[in-house]
Structure formats: C-alpha cells, structure tokens
Design a protein. Sequence first.
Length: 247
Amino acid sequence: MGETKTALITGGSRGIGRAICTRLAKDGINIVFNYRSGEEAANETIRLCEECGVKVLGIRADISNPDECSDLIEKAAEFGDGRIDILVNNAGITRDSLMGRMKNEDFDAVIDVNLKGTFYMMRGVSKLMLRQKYGRIVNLSSVVGIMGNAGQANYAASKAGVIGMTKSLARELASRKITVNAVAPGMIATDMTDAMTDAAKDAVKQSIPFKEIGRPEDVADAVAFFASDNAAYITGQVLCVDGGMAI
Ligand code: NAP
C-alpha cells in the first residue's frame, strides 16, 4: 500500500461536502476542506473526520475569489507534505428565479462560485498533480446541468459548464493518467434543498423514478469511487446519482 493520501474538498462544512469529507476519511485519507462562513458546522466536520483517525484541516476561504483559492491550495499542499492527491469541487450555491426576473447579480454570483470557483481550483491543483504525477479530480455538477430546470437558468448554466470543463481537463490530463470526472446529483436532502417549499419538494419527488429524495451519503459513495484506485481507467465521465431522475 502507498502513503496516506490527502484530499481537498471545497464546501466541506455541510451537506454533501461534509458527507464526502467523512466518507474519504473512513477510507483513511487525510482531509483538508474549506467553507465560506459557517465555522460551527466546519468544526463538526472536523470532529467527524477526526473520529475516523485521520488528520483534518478546515480553512475559511471563498472559492469565488482567485487569490483565496491560491492561498487555500498552498495551505492544503503544505498540510499534505507537498501533495494534494484528490480534489473534490463541491462548494456551490443557488439563486433561483424565472429568467425574466433574474437579476444580473444573481446570475453572476452563481457563475462566480459554481463555475469560476471550480475553474480556479482545477487550474491550481492540476499543476501540482502534474508535478506529483498523480491525481483524481471529482467535480459536483447536477442533473439540472443536463436536463435544465425552470427557475434555475443560472445554476443550470454553471453546472453544464462544470461538465464541459470536466471533459476538457480530462482530455488535457489523460496522457498523465490523472483522472477528471463529475458526479451529477438529483435531489438530495441538504440545506440547499431545505429552502424549497414542501409543495415544490413533492412535485420533484413525483418526477423521480425512485419517488425518493437522495441522501448526501449516496453522492459521497460515488465521489469516493472516482477518487479511488478502482476508477483508475475512467476519465471524463458524468455519473448521475439521482434515483433515475435524468434517465
Ligand atoms: P449546501 O448544503 O448549501 O452546502 C454548501 C457548501 O458550500 C457549504 O459548506 C458552504 O459553506 C460552501 N460554500 C458555498 N459558497 C461558498 C464559497 N463561495 N466559497 C467556499 N465555500 C462555499 O449544498 P449541498 O446541497 O451540500 O450541495 C453541494 C454541491 O452539490 C453543490 O455544488 C450543489 O450545487 C451540488 N448539488 C446539490 C444538490 C442537492 O439536491 N442538494 C443537487 C445537485 C447538485 P458555508 O456553510 O460556510 O456557507
């Protein structure tokens, strides 16, 4: 077996990001994650990862800011003794409204975090992965990036963009056997979906062949697969974790 790996997960303080941190920690991987402002939630992620017996570091950083991304990558590499073996771009936001009413700032905010933030992180970490001759990048897209969704033009554009960037970087890094894949969740129970009304949640549930909302752990298992050596020959793929929603 090789040395202990280090993973950097964005938006690891809550929801799917926290489930990914704890899932990778259970695989014995040291964890660095960032969050934007929720320190209390971040401390809980730290506690859960430490319970798995790995080293963990939580850092406050806004991924829509390129300088903060550079700083985050530097600190993560320092923590990993010069290495970041796995990058999971999970941090994301929504600012929903029908297109006719969508404000410029709501469009920009979603693109800045979901698309540009993912770009800043992939650009910085892939350079390090090329030097260390190893890497697994997993990006969080969404079925909305594949199917579209009324009221989420900004979010759909950002998540479709994440798929385009995933496939492009997968092609750029393939000769070095560094893999870049995406996981596209359907509707998962987190704070993000908690903001929906019960009626809206029920309507979505009816559109899911499984008639059930997914759990953050369902998504984390798919991310852990792409991050593992079992997925060494898989790159540029998008795996829907959605109870059949995008069939
Ligand atoms: P969530 O519960 O709202 O958690 C979002 C996480 O991202 C938090 O840790 C948050 O930190 C962090 N974050 C937000 N903006 C940030 C920024 N500018 N810089 C750094 N960190 C930031 O979201 P979730 O439901 O777990 O979703 C995780 C990912 O899955 C997202 O990319 C989302 O688009 C995608 N996804 C979710 C669903 C779903 O149904 N939930 C479906 C499809 C795709 P703070 O706590 O500090 O704000």
